[in-house]
Design a binder for this molecule. Structure first.
Ligand code: SF4
Length: 327
């Protein structure tokens, strides 16, 4: 089969609701991202995005709740205590969080994510969700991005007003992080068995990750029932051990995003790219992230949107890529 035939076949399968086998995913990832074939791949992914999402773009607004040196020392994270980058500590107040959430919902964010470090008290996270739900009406969805949880905690999150959990087995989990992939897999199964939906991106992608590693991480997301997936590049933060590896090229990130679009079909209709990329939007990503507060890709707390990428800009980019922003 030629690469063009492989691509046509992948598009057909995605639209028929069929998953792609691992070897096809790897072959699609092997396409040179700077080639014209990559443009053909991107166009196929964009057509699938239009069908699967009803051509609707969505915005994921993420509030980093607490900023502090973290003893887990993941080798890509600015919070890692051992890297000495995060010196101060700062925890957003409930009022600050509600104020960010209110602004985001008012501007049309579809998801409000509360992201915490491993140390943040679970009871405080639950209380924050209740407060947001009480004070901000609307059809937005609340996402919890926190540490390991069990079935009881998943139920508690749900009853507090969360409807999605973000959780992932990251690339080189257990090598670049101290976490056990199997323990994280247990949390993913607890989420799958709960009333929460799962969001799981392939992350944090660096230049060193192989096509096989990327394919296997994506397949883990599918195995655990992710309803939102996509690709997140690692942003190099000075002082972290993986800083010297640099940043993935934009077309490579867009290519990986396009492959996740083709390979997830209707199973994960929302495909996210992070950091935001116009190329990835043109190649099938219908979700981008707007970040504030404690951001593990930056040093210090971002009082305004990380990198200046706010909801207005996200909407403008989606418009350029031919999407409607929808709920
Ligand atoms: S990724 Fe999470 S657990 Fe790892 S160092 Fe950063 S804050 Fe800590």
């Amino acid at each position: 089969m030629t690469t063009e035939e492989l691509l046509l076949n992948a598009e057909k399968k995605a639209l028929a609701g069929e998953s792609l086998p691992r070897d096809t995913i790897i072959k699609l990832l092997e396409i040179d991202p700077d080639s014209q074939t990559a443009d053909v791949l991107g166009a196929a992914a964009r057509r699938v995005a239009a069908e699967v999402t009803g051509n609707k773009a969505r915005i994921w607004a993420s509030i980093g709740v607490d900023y502090k040196p973290c003893a887990m020392n993941c080798r890509f994270c600015s919070f890692g205590k051992a890297w000495g980058a995060a010196q101060d500590t700062y925890t957003l107040t409930a009022e600050e969080i509600v104020s960010y959430a209110e602004k985001f919902v008012g501007n049309g964010a579809n998801w409000i994510t509360l992201r915490t470090t491993e140390d943040y008290a679970f009871s405080d996270l639950v209380a924050l969700a209740r407060k947001i739900r009480q004070e901000i009406p609307g059809g937005y969805r609340l996402v919890a991005n926190t540490g390991e949880i069990n079935a009881l905690r998943a139920d508690e999150l749900k009853s507090a007003g969360f409807s999605i959990a973000y959780h992932a087995i990251r690339l080189r989990e257990g090598i670049d992080t101290p976490f056990s992939p199997s323990e994280r897999g247990e949390t993913l199964e607890e989420i799958r068995g709960s009333a929460l939906d799962l969001a799981f991106l392939v992350e944090p992608i660096g230049v060193e990750h192989t096509n096989e590693e990327i394919a296997d991480t994506f397949l883990l997301a599918m195995k655990h029932g992710a309803k939102l997936s996509g690709a997140m590049a690692r942003v190099p933060v000075k002082g972290t051990p993986l800083y010297d590896q640099g940043l993935l090229a934009e077309r490579r990130l867009a290519q990986i995003t396009a492959v996740t679009r083709l390979a997830s079909g209707y199973s994960a209709p929302d495909i996210c790219v992070h950091p935001p990329s116009k190329t990835a939007m043109a190649w099938g990503a219908n979700v981008v992230v707007v970040d504030v507060g404690a951001v593990p890709r930056a040093i210090g707390v971002s009082a305004s949107e990380w990198n200046g990428f706010d909801i207005q800009r996200a909407r403008g980019w989606f418009e350029e890529a031919g999407y409607h922003h929808g709920t």
